[in-house]
Design a binder for this molecule. Structure first.
Ligand code: PMP
Length: 376
C-alpha cells in the first residue's frame, strides 16, 4: 500500500504557496512557557516554583471542583457532551442574573475571540485594539486576514477616547479588555456607550472583572445587539488548564454563535468542573477578595524599593515600571530563584514587568526576593 504512494513527483510543490495568503507568514504569539520544562532547564524542583506569569488563580480549583472532576462515572467521559451547553449556560445565567439564551460557552474565552472573527470578519476588514493589550486579538486578526488598527493607550495607560471613536467608525470589531491586560486599568462606561453608538461590535473582555471594583456590563447585553461581554473560568475559577470561558451577548447573536461553534467545544470534564465552581462561587469570591487585598499590599511593599513602581491595578496582576534594570533582566534574575514572572515584548514595556498576585506566603517570598536585588 505504502509502496504505491512512493515516488510521486509533485514537481516543486510548495506548501506555503497552497496556504491561504494570511497564513503564509505565521503570526507570532508568545504563549506561556511550560513551567515543568523551564524548572528542569534551570535545575530547580517544580514544587519550589512560584508561578506568577499567567494570572491564574493561585489557590487552584475548589475542593468541590476536584470532587466533581473525580466523579468520572457520573461525568460519562465516553459520551459526547451537550452541544447546546444547556446545564452550564443555565448555571451561568443564574450566577450572573442574566437570560439563559444570552450565554455561549467556549474552549477558553480565546475560542470565543476567534469565533468573533469567524462571524464578523472578511479579509481586509478593520479591527481596533489599544496597545499594549492582550495579544490574542492581533494574533487572530492575522489568522483571519483582518487589519489591526491600533489606537495606543495614552502615557498613563488611559484610553484615547477621540482616537478610539475615529477608528471604531471604520471597524467591524473593537476589542477592549476591562481591566486591561497588562496595564490593569478599566474603560470608563461613558466611552463604551459612545463606542457602541458607532455600530461596530464592541467586545468587552472581562477576564479579570472579579478582581475589580467596577461592575460587569453583562446585564446590559439584552438591549444592545452590538455588545459582547467575555468572561472566563481561567482567572477567578481556578480552571485555566481545563479551558472554559463564556460570552454574554444579545440572544440573536448568541444563537448564531451556538450554530457556528464547534459542536462539542466544551469537554464534559470542563463542564462538570465549571458547574461545581459555580455551585461554590462563595469560596471563589472570597479568594478573589484575598487576591485583590494582596495586590494592594504587594503594590505598597514593592514600591518601597523605589526602583519598582506599580501601576494602579484592578486585576489579579500588577504591572511594574522599573528603573535601572530592564524587564527581561529582572525576569531572569527572579527566575533563578524559581519566581516566574511575565515580561511582555512590546516597545513601551521594555522597562516593565507583570507579576500575578499569588498566595500571601508566595507574595512574601516575591517581596523578599525583590528587596534583595540591587539594580545597577
Ligand atoms: N482575555 C484576557 C484579557 C486575558 O488576559 C486572557 C488570558 N491571559 C484571556 C482572555 C484568555 O482566557 P482563557 O483562558 O479563557 O482563554
Amino acid at each position: 500500500m505504502v509502496d504505491e504512494l512512493s515516488g510521486i513527483d509533485l514537481n516543486g510543490y510548495s506548501l506555503s504557496g497552497a496556504l491561504k495568503r494570511s497564513l503564509r507568514e505565521l503570526p507570532p504569539y508568545a504563549a506561556l512557557e511550560d513551567v515543568g520544562f523551564l524548572a528542569a532547564e534551570l535545575g530547580i524542583s517544580h514544587d519550589s516554583v512560584i508561578k506568577v506569569d499567567g494570572n491564574e488563580n493561585p489557590y487552584g480549583p475548589t475542593n468541590e471542583t476536584v470532587r466533581a472532576i473525580q466523579s468520572l462515572r457520573e461525568i460519562n467521559i465516553h459520551r459526547y457532551g451537550d452541544a447546546d451547553q444547556r446545564r452550564l449556560r443555565s448555571a451561568i445565567a443564574g450566577h450572573l442574573s442574566v437570560e439563559f439564551d444570552s450565554i455561549i460557552c467556549g474552549n477558553g474565552s480565546d475560542e470565543l475571540i476567534d469565533l468573533m472573527f469567524r462571524l464578523f470578519i472578511n479579509p481586509g476588514d478593520n479591527i481596533v485594539i489599544s496597545s499594549p493589550t492582550f495579544g490574542m486579538y492581533s494574533f487572530d486578526a492575522s489568522l483571519h486576514g483582518a487589519k489591526v488598527v491600533d489606537v495606543p493607550l495614552l502615557d498613563d495607560w488611559q484610553f484615547d477616547e477621540a482616537g478610539l471613536m475615529k477608528a471604531a467608525h471604520d471597524a467591524k470589531l473593537v476589542f477592549i479588555p476591562s481591566p486591561n491586560n497588562p496595564t490593569g486599568n478599566t474603560i470608563p462606561v461613558h466611552l463604551v456607550r459612545k463606542l457602541l453608538e458607532t455600530g461596530a461590535v464592541i467586545v468587552i473582555d472581562e477576564a479579570y472583572i472579579e478582581f475589580s471594583k467596577e461592575s460587569s456590563l453583562a446585564a446590559e447585553v439584552k438591549n444592545i445587539p452590538n455588545l459582547v461581554v467575555l468572561r472566563t473560568f481561567s482567572k477567578w475559577g481556578g480552571l485555566a488548564g481545563l479551558r472554559i470561558g463564556y460570552g454574554i451577548m444579545h440572544p440573536e447573536l448568541a444563537s448564531i454563535c451556538l450554530q457556528a461553534k464547534q459542536p462539542y467545544n466544551i469537554s464534559v470534564v470542563a463542564e462538570a468542573a465549571a458547574l461545581a465552581a459555580l455551585s461554590d462561587s462563595a469560596t471563589l469570591d472570597s479568594q478573589a477578595e484575598i487576591i485583590s487585598t494582596e495586590r494592594d499590599r504587594m503594590s505598597v511593599e514593592i514600591a518601597k524599593t523605589e526602583w519598582m513602581s506599580p501601576w494602579p491595578s484592578d486585576a489579579s496582576f500588577i504591572l511594574f515600571h522599573l528603573d535601572g534594570i530592564s524587564g527581561l533582566g529582572l525576569r531572569d534574575r527572579l527566575r533563578l530563584q524559581g519566581i516566574f514572572t511575565r515580561y511582555i515584548a512590546h516597545p513601551r514595556l521594555e522597562n516593565h514587568l507583570r507579576i500575578s498576585v499569588a498566595t500571601p506566603e508566595e507574595n512574601d517570598r516575591i517581596i523578599g526576593a525583590i528587596r534583595e536585588i540591587e539594580p545597577e
